[in-house]
Design a protein around this ligand. Structure first.
Ligand code: G
Ligand code: G
Ligand code: NA
Ligand code: MN
Length: 253
């Protein structure tokens, strides 16, 4: 397809770049950032990752592209720290096709080494979909990554097959409450109770809980009230180039 052809050239042609969205703690301070891929195609215009990531997964291009994102994110964290920014860590999304590669753990180790980072400086965002594929293989890799100190987040938590059994055995560190729940908070008592239950579940298991997709002050108040560790969303900061990241936080203490 034309998209596949375009994507092949995009990496070398410099059309792919990584933007960053801040994660805040409850006092409104920026503590981390999520790396998000963007494709500005000369031929196709701006293409959403929701469109091109599936193509990249089908064609295997997700492997070099994923390695690029990982390296970029590590480079950027090191650069921010060099500038005196006290960021805890950088978060990177990982596709199932990437994670199941035999040398994935080595790719992560090399990226960390290249930028002189520790494992704990990195959080990988995985999906329930990936975990449910091949639990044994995934478990082994997750254990290796955890042994390096790398943190493992379940992205879009609550939207997968809602299997919870993997939480018993897999060394997850973070639950990222899917934004559909956060955005339903104002209108739906059910959503409030679900987020409350996810926070309780996460904390009972010793996990951090992140609320993503926070778009309104009311949602921010509610998720803070519910006791999540981190908040993320358009209200607090949109994904953007690293030099445009708003370090001021929300200022609402
Ligand atoms: O940034 P945006 O909302 O357009 O992202 C849409 C989807 O693409 C989200 O599910 C997001 O997780 C995914 N995505 C963004 N960047 C990356 C990336 O670097 N790697 C992978 N695998 N997915 C990404
Ligand atoms: O699947 P994942 O959770 O990785 O998706 C990340 C995407 O969510 C980012 O690409 C970003 O563009 C989008 N996003 C971040 N904050 C918000 C928000 O407050 N509202 C909405 N609708 N999308 C958001
Ligand atoms: Na994510
Ligand atoms: Mn998510």
């Amino acid at each position: 397809s034309s998209m596949e052809l375009g994507l092949r050239g995009a990496l070398e042609g410099g059309e792919l770049r990584v933007v960053y969205q801040p994660l805040h703690d409850l006092s409104g301070q920026v503590r981390g950032a999520e790396a998000l891929l963007r494709w500005q195609s000369a031929a196709l215009g701006n293409v959403s990752p929701a469109t091109f990531i599936p193509v990249a997964e089908d064609t295997g291009l997700i492997i070099p592209i994923g390695t690029f994102v990982l390296n970029e994110a590590c480079r950027q964290l090191a650069a921010w720290r060099e500038d005196g920014r006290a960021l805890e860590r950088i978060s990177v999304n990982v596709s199932p096709a990437q994670f199941v590669q035999g040398d994935f753990v080595d790719v992560v180790r090399r990226a960390l080494q290249t930028w002189r980072l520790q494992g704990r400086d990195l959080e990988l965002e995985l999906t329930e979909r990936m975990i449910l594929r091949d639990v044994k293989g995934v478990a082994r890799k997750m254990a290796e990554l955890r042994a390096m100190g790398v943190r493992l987040s379940i992205d879009d938590f609550g939207t997968g097959n809602s299997a919870l059994n993997y939480l018993m055995t897999l060394p997850v560190t973070t639950l990222k409450v899917d934004r559909t729940f956060v955005q339903a908070l104002e209108d739906s008592p059910g959503a409030y109770r679900i987020v409350q239950a996810i926070v309780a579940l996460g904390h009972a298991l010793g996990l951090d809980v992140v609320a993503e997709g926070v778009e309104t002050p009311a949602q921010l108040l509610q998720v803070r009230d519910l006791g999540v560790e981190r908040t993320q969303g358009f209200l607090l900061g949109r994904p953007g180039p690293p030099e445009e990241l708003n370090w001021e936080g929300t200022g609402e203490g």
